[in-house]
Design a protein around this ligand. Structure first.
Ligand code: XIL
Length: 499
């Protein structure tokens, strides 16, 4: 997207209805793709910053209040609401023909201060029900959708649920109840479950899938799922992985939203230009994955300008959004346009030598244990198996990848893995990067739980950058406990480009 397309924001803040502003390239491309393109909206910036308001109106057709429709910000006391800040966002959206998703009726954060552990289960349940009823009644006819329950799954707890106040007092029933109360309060609005870390296939996504499958089976009214997608360009899910995951939720009958995209860049040690080019690929791939899946109806960014990102407030300032701090389009906007055109990043030549083991064990070694190449059990072609492992870090390595990887940049990684001697265990693929005089740096490129019953694919996108001139780069695949044999097949590490 050329900066000239963004000129002349003056006068846009006045917000005339329907067609007063020319639509921007992103908004036009989203309409052409048949997808909604959304952003979270910062109510203060919308009120006080005309450039923000103008760009928002021009480039997006879907908005989510970033904070204004959460319980805490809305409710000053039990049954006492200040709707004005949220109404301002919803009204501005209507003035620019933007649909709105409310966010979020039940979340463990930003709850009102008077919602506490001192409440009985009955009191808490009644307060939640009253909140859902009051809020849906207030916004009736003005919202397209609501995130009803946000972030209820937690695979690190014994229960598998986030053990929030709601869970502790009400049990997992609160999830089902919230959706039922919401449907009864407004039968016309779409109801979503929303969570983070469920974009890729894996344990948390599996747990969320099982929860929603069971809730739907007992008639809970859930219309869609939001995959938050707070990404970092140094490591993020590959498009095949995203698409397979989107598809299985779609097969439950759910609409798919990519609901809170941002992609921090500063975990990749590189110049701003290199980081932003890598960010372009990341945005292209997540947008492209949605565009290519019919069930995916919307991609929403968690803000659009680096000037106002929650990440700046929450930790180290970063540049995770498509427009810079002066509202100029970053390379990421070209990534969004390419993704909206249905173009995924292009994968180049395979960089490891003998990645399919057709030449036996040539170019590969064991970092411990004994390496043997054999016909893959249950898969065409050959596999390299490491037995006699006495450490989790023993596995398969290929050294001397410095020359093909010295330019760094975005990469696609994939490998198939299968175990012998344990039903399941984690497998981890890493690039081991040595930079002059420093300890080697481990860059996790993909990890997944493998099994002894069949092959699973580890896949991921990474952006490789350097803090100093690299002197060696090795690839290592390891991870299962000592004594477990690790077999690997079909290793791919390919540079990514936009076209
Ligand atoms: C964040 C907002 O962006 C911040 O301004 C606020 O301080 C905390 O919440 N997942 C969600 C969002 O579902 O509601 C969160 O928004 C970001 C993570």
């Amino acid at each position: 997207m050329r900066p000239s397309g963004m000129g002349g924001t003056g006068g846009g803040g006045g917000g005339g209805a329907g067609g007063a502003l020319p639509l921007g390239d992103l908004r036009k491309a989203a309409a052409a793709a048949g997808k909604r393109l959304g952003t979270a909206v910062d109510g203060v910036a919308l009120r006080d910053d005309p450039s923000y308001a103008a760009l928002l109106a021009r480039e997006f057709d879907y908005v989510t209040p970033e904070n204004a429709t959460k319980w805490g910000p809305l409710a000053l006391g039990p049954g006492i609401y200040d709707w004005a800040p949220a109404d301002a966002i919803v009204d501005a959206a209507a003035a620019h023909a933007q649909a709105v998703k409310g966010h979020a009726l039940v979340w463990h954060q930003q709850t009102p201060s008077w919602v506490t552990d001192a409440m009985s289960a009955d009191e808490l349940g009644a307060a939640l029900k009253a909140h859902i009823e009051a809020t849906l009644a207030h916004f009736r006819g003005r919202m397209r959708a609501w995130d009803v329950v946000n972030e209820a799954v937690d695979t690190s707890t014994a229960s598998g649920y986030r053990e929030s106040l709601f869970w502790q007092k009400l049990g997992p029933r609160y999830i089902e109840d919230a959706f039922r109360w919401a449907r009864a309060a407004d039968p016309d609005v779409l109801l979503f479950y929303n969570d983070f870390g469920i974009e890729r296939l894996g344990a948390k996504s599996d747990a969320t899938y099982a929860m929603l499958r069971d809730l739907l089976a007992n008639g809970t009214p859930i219309d869609g799922i939001g995959f938050q997608s707070h990404l970092s360009i140094h490591r993020y899910p590959a498009d095949d992985d995203l698409r397979a995951n989107f598809r299985r939720f779609a097969e439950l009958g759910l609409r798919v939203n990519v609901s809170e995209v941002d992609a921090r860049t500063l975990l990749m040690p590189a110049t701003q230009d290199t980081r932003w080019q890598a960010q372009r690929i990341a945005f292209q791939q997540v947008v492209g994955a949605c565009v290519l899946e019919p069930a995916c109806e919307a991609i929403t960014f968690w803000g659009f300008t680096d000037r106002y990102s929650w990440i700046n407030a929450d930790g180290d300032p970063d540049d995770p959004l498509p427009f810079d701090r002066s509202y100029m389009p970053k390379p990421a906007t070209d990534g969004i346009l390419d993704g909206l055109a249905g173009l995924l990043p292009k994968r180049g030549d395979n960089l490891p030598r003998n990645g399919d083991f057709a030449a036996g064990a040539d170019d590969w070694a064991a970092s411990g244990g004994v390496l043997a190449v054999e016909a893959a059990d249950g898969r065409a072609g050959s596999a390299a198996c490491v037995s006699g492992r006495t450490d989790t870090r023993h596995g398969l390595t290929q050294a001397a990848l410095l020359e093909p990887l010295s330019a760094g940049g975005p990469l696609f990684f994939a490998a198939w893995a299968r175990l012998r001697g344990a039903p399941s265990a984690p497998v981890i693929a890493e690039l081991i990067v040595t930079e002059s005089a420093a300890e080697p740096r481990l860059l996790n490129v993909a990890s997944r739980v493998a099994a002894d019953t069949g092959w699973i694919q580890l896949a991921g996108y990474v952006s490789l950058g350097f803090a100093a001139t690299p002197t060696a780069i090795d690839l290592q695949i390891s991870g299962p406990p000592a004594g477990v044999d690790l077999c690997v097949a079909g290793v791919e590490l390919r540079p990514l480009s936009a076209r």
